[in-house]
Design a protein around this ligand. Structure first.
Ligand code: ZN
Length: 146
C-alpha cells in the first residue's frame, strides 16, 4: 500500500470528488430542499433530502463554487446516505469540530472525510468545506428528525 501524506491525500480525494461529484443534481421527489451560500467565496449549495421514517434514504446536491465546497458536499452525500437523521447530524458535528481544530477527527468513523482536515490550515477555506455540512444540519433540523 502506498502511503500518502495528509497533503497528498487531501488533494487526491478532493480533486477526485470535484471532478466526478457523487449525488450531484436535483432529487425528485424530496422532503426537504435547502439552498445556502458562502458569500466570502461565492460558493452555492442546494441540498435535497428524502426520508423513509428517520432514515435518510436519498440525498443530492446541486451547486457551484470552489473545488473544496463542491468536493466536501459530494463526500458528505456519499457518507450520510442511509444514515438515520440523528447519526447524520452527529457526523456533521464531528466534522465541524474537526474543522474548528477542536478534535483530531477519527479516521475509523470519518474515513476519507479526514482529508478535509487538510483545509484547516487555510482558514478562509474552512467555510467552503463546511458549507454543505452546515446546510445539512439546518435541513435536518427543518425535518424535525434530528
Ligand atoms: Zn469556496
Amino acid at each position: 500500500m502506498v502511503h500518502l501524506s495528509l497533503d497528498e491525500l487531501y488533494k487526491e480525494v478532493i480533486l477526485d470528488h470535484y471532478r466526478a461529484p457523487r449525488n450531484k443534481g436535483q432529487l425528485d421527489p424530496h422532503d426537504i430542499a435547502l439552498e445556502r451560500n458562502n458569500p466570502l467565496c461565492g460558493d452555492e449549495i442546494e441540498l435535497f433530502l428524502k426520508f423513509d421514517g428517520d432514515e435518510l434514504t436519498g440525498i443530492a446536491f446541486d451547486g457551484k463554487g470552489c473545488s473544496i465546497s463542491q468536493a466536501s458536499a459530494s463526500m458528505m452525500t456519499e457518507k450520510v446516505k442511509g444514515l438515520s437523521a440523528k447519526d447524520a447530524a452527529g457526523l456533521a458535528e464531528s466534522i465541524k469540530s474537526m474543522m474548528a481544530g477542536e478534535s483530531e477527527g477519527d479516521q475509523a468513523t470519518l474515513g476519507d472525510l479526514v482529508s478535509l482536515k487538510g483545509v484547516v490550515k487555510y482558514p478562509v477555506r474552512i467555510k467552503c468545506a463546511l458549507l454543505g455540512w452546515n446546510t445539512l444540519v439546518e435541513a435536518l433540523e427543518e425535518s424535525g428528525k434530528s
